[in-house]
Design a protein. Sequence first.
Length: 181
Amino acid sequence: MQDELLLLHRAKSYDQDALAQVHEQYYGAIYRYMTFRVNDLQTAEDLTSEVFVRFLHAIQQKNAPQKTIRGWLFGTASLILKEHYRKKKRSQLTELTEALPGETAVPTEKLEVQESKEALRQAMANLTEEQRQVLALRFGYEMPVRDVAETMNKSEGSVKMLQMRAIAALTRTMTGSERRE
C-alpha cells in the first residue's frame, strides 16, 4: 500500500517513469477484466486504453485518486463499461471477424467456437449484475476474494456465495441441464 501511495504521488507530479509503471503494473489486470465483460478483444483494448487516458486526464485536472490507484482504475473501468453498454444498447452492431482466408478454421470448428461464445454471452446475461461483477473481478481482474469483498462492500462469505451461485448457474445453462426446481 505504501508503494502504491508513493507511485501515486510520483504520477501526480508527472514523473514519466511512474506513469509508465502505473500502466505496466495495471494494464494486464484491467484488460483481463474488460475481456471478461465484453467478449471482444478489440473493444476490450479500446476500453482499457480509455481507463488510462482518463487516469492521465484526472491527474491533469487535479482529480487524481487520493489513496489507491487500483481502486480508482477499477471504478473507472466499471464506469466505462456502463457507458459502453449504454451506447451499445442504442445501436446494435454485427460482430465481424478479422481472420484472413488462410487463417480460418474448418467451418464446423469456427461455427462451434462462435456458438460457444454466444452461449456463454447469453448465459452471462442471465446472471444478476452482482454475479457478473463478482465473476469479472475474480476471473477477469484476478482479484482475491478479500479485495472483491472490499470493492463491492460485501462480506467475503457473500462474495464466495455469489461466485458459487454464478458458476453453478453458468454450468447449468452451458450444459443444457437448466431445470426449474
